[in-house]
Design a protein around this ligand. Structure first.
Ligand SMILES: [Zn+2]
Length: 59
């Protein structure tokens, strides 16, 4: 099956990424230098990755 990617598909994909990144950033919060979810030094890997997504999708 051939999938045709439309502008709307790309737009919603970016929107999903942006929303996911926002959720991750909200959950992985800095608690005195530690991530409240991961328990490792903040910013944790997931927070860093999420931070890059809105940066990429911002225009
Ligand atoms: Zn984390």
């Amino acid at each position: 099956m051939v999938e045709t990617i439309t502008d709307a598909d790309i737009g919603s994909g970016v929107e999903v990424l942006h929303r996911l990144a926002t959720v991750v950033l909200n959950e992985h919060a800095n608690d005195h230098g530690l991530c409240v979810v991961c328990g490792c030094a903040f910013p944790c890997e997931r927070a860093v990755l999420a931070e890059h997504n809105p940066a990429l999708t911002r225009s």
